[in-house]
Design a binder for this molecule. Structure first.
Ligand SMILES: Nc1ncnc2c1ncn2[C@@H]1O[C@H](COP(=O)(O)OP(=O)(O)O)[C@@H](O)[C@H]1O
Ligand SMILES: [Mg+2]
Length: 331
């Protein structure tokens, strides 16, 4: 399904932004990702719960929740410095223009103190289940991968690629491999350099940046009911967005082909996807190792071993477990 008429801002071919050199070594800026002051976050949550649009219990004493559910709405507050309200506002615009299933943004505001601003939002509460949970998750995975890829394609086609943080902005490539960078800066730099080589000069689009069947997406059966929680990068090569979805879902037992088919990927798309995937799988593998998800670790490790075995060392180093005797051979 596509919108009845294309949005006015639909990018003309000659306006499509091309990916410039990435800030591989964080030469331009290191983008801070620190956690915000918990007192301000709690105050932001208090304001969200007090919004006339929130339909849940506003009165309870609260801890440090980031998301509080009402009946038909949820309240969500900012947690880290780099999460931007303008990205959320654009996300809501995209929901309307690109017909992407996503919760409507019903109300929002900020708490401001001493030059620090913390946002809060009230969103429509989406129905559906997480794609990696539930009795039928495994058998539904291929059709859910196809369905999500179709949604991402609409996103990339109709989103306004002139707005929001770009992958080639200062500090963004470093942020992309942020968790690896914290544990193994050399590994992160090598991955960012390969990312630069693959992406430079390619066409960019508005992307979600952090969606997969197993992450930030809700489903009813094989249908996407909501894409949640856009990532920090808003404009990037579309294959980075699809590739991240594939990397996450390979860890669940998914496939590249299901996502590629749902996206109706062109030959050029597939070529770029195959260059990017080993880098993205390396990042995901480092995450899964760090978090102790052994079945995802085994699947991603086997995938990488048969394609780019030399990247396994970077995943181990980037997981922070390289120095404790961990063996690459354990994948
Ligand atoms: N609008 C929403 N409707 C239904 N569930 C939501 C909604 N927003 C958040 N959630 C639930 O809260 C979880 C965390 O929210 P999310 O926006 O992904 O924030 P984060 O991952 O940064 O904590 C989601 O995975 C989902 O289960
Ligand atoms: Mg999330």
């Amino acid at each position: 399904m596509s919108p009845a008429s294309p949005p006015a801002h639909t990018t003309r071919r000659d306006d499509v932004p091309r990916c410039r050199r990435l800030d591989v070594g964080d030469d331009g800026a290191v983008l801070p990702t620190d956690e915000l002051d918990p007192v301000l976050c709690q105050e932001a949550m208090r304001q969200a719960l007090a919004s006339p649009r929130f339909d849940g219990d506003a009165g309870q004493p609260r801890g440090m929740e980031r998301v509080v559910a009402g009946a038909a709405t949820v309240a969500k507050v900012q947690r880290r410095v780099h999460e931007r309200l303008d990205v959320l506002l654009e996300f809501d615009e995209l929901r309307r223009v690109a017909d992407v299933p996503a919760p409507a943004l019903l109300d929002h505001g900020t708490v401001d103190k001493d030059g620090v601003s913390v946002w809060w939002t009230v969103l429509e509460r989406a129905r559906g289940e997480h794609g990696d949970r539930g009795a039928h998750a495994t058998e539904l995975l291929p059709s859910r991968q196809r369905a999500l890829a179709r949604v991402l394609r609409r996103w990339h086609t109709y989103g306004d690629a002139a707005l929001g943080p770009r992958l080639d902005d200062p500090g963004m490539a470093g942020l992309f491999f942020g968790e690896i960078r914290a544990r193994a800066p050399g590994a992160a730099k090598q991955l960012a350099a390969e990312l630069d080589a693959a992406c430079r000069g390619t066409e960019m689009a508005a992307v979600h940046g952090d969606a997969a069947v197993g992450h930030n997406v809700l489903f009813q059966g094989a249908d996407v009911t909501a894409v949640l929680d856009p990532g920090a990068v808003r404009v990037a090569p579309p294959m980075l967005c699809l590739g991240w979805a594939v990397a996450v879902d390979l860890g669940l037992g998914g496939s590249v082909d299901a996502a590629g088919a749902g996206y109706a990927a062109s030959t050029a798309d597939r070529e770029l996807l195959h260059r990017l995937l080993p880098l993205l799988v390396t990042r995901r593998l480092a995450d899964m190792r760090r978090l102790g998800d052994t079945s995802a670790e085994r699947r991603l490790g086997a995938w990488l071993r048969s394609r780019r075995p030399e990247l396994l060392d970077l995943a181990v180093a980037g997981s922070g477990s390289g120095g404790d005797g961990a063996e690459v051979g354990t994948f």
